[in-house]
Design a protein around this ligand. Structure first.
Ligand code: SF4
Length: 196
């Protein structure tokens, strides 16, 4: 399967939340990628680090179809992790499909810096359709956990004018949902929340 691109690109997904109000402006579909080798000290979500950890093995096309089925009720999609850009072919194909078939906004949270992304063709392609990339390693020392940034060193890379600072400042810090008997706590202020 390795090497496939486009909708058939394989994607290891740690978790998905079809509706969230605490992972970006408006109601969003959130996808946590599985696998991260960046090793930020104090990362709150170590269970996402192993590339072979418990995860859903799917494809970019399957995830895009799931998102698009509920697009009428969404403002956008947030991709986080784990490290989304360690699976750049899947992210590129997913974002391209979502953008081609809907008006949804796309936000990518990554531990890579903007320079690391721009200097790598695969990573650069992965964020080509993103409206906003929040880039850089999580720093425990600079923790803020607000406005979708785990720490104050992380850069807002506005790739379009869809989202501005006021939109991000208004994102709730915490969200608790109960679906089918499962309790989910998410948002930047949540215990166990990935801060990359
Ligand atoms: S904070 Fe994000 S980028 Fe850093 S180790 Fe954790 S998952 Fe990886």
């Amino acid at each position: 399967m390795a090497g496939l691109t486009g909708p058939r690109a394989p994607w290891r997904v740690h978790a998905a939340l079809p509706r969230s109000a605490a992972n970006g402006p408006g109601t969003r579909y959130v996808i946590w990628s599985q696998g991260c080798a960046l090793g930020c000290s104090g990362c709150f979500n170590p269970e996402t680090h192993s590339a072979d950890g418990t995860s859903r093995r799917t494809t970019a096309g399957e995830m895009a179809a799931d998102v698009l089925a509920g697009a009428a009720h969404l403002e956008g999609v947030t991709l986080t992790g784990g490290e989304p850009l360690e699976q750049p072919a899947a992210i590129a194909a997913f974002c391209a499909e979502v953008k081609a078939r809907s008006g949804l906004g796309v936000i990518v949270l990554t531990g890579f810096t903007r320079r690391e992304i721009e200097s790598d063709p695969a990573r650069a392609a992965a964020v080509a359709d993103a409206d906003l990339v929040i880039a850089g390693r999580y720093s425990e020392r600079l923790r803020v956990a607000r406005g979708l940034r785990g720490s104050s060193n992380k850069e807002y890379w506005m790739r379009t004018d869809r989202y501005g600072p006021d939109d991000l400042a208004a994102v709730p810090e915490l969200e608790i949902t109960i679906t089918g008997g499962t309790l989910t706590i998410t948002g930047m202020g949540a215990p166990g929340r990935e801060l990359g």
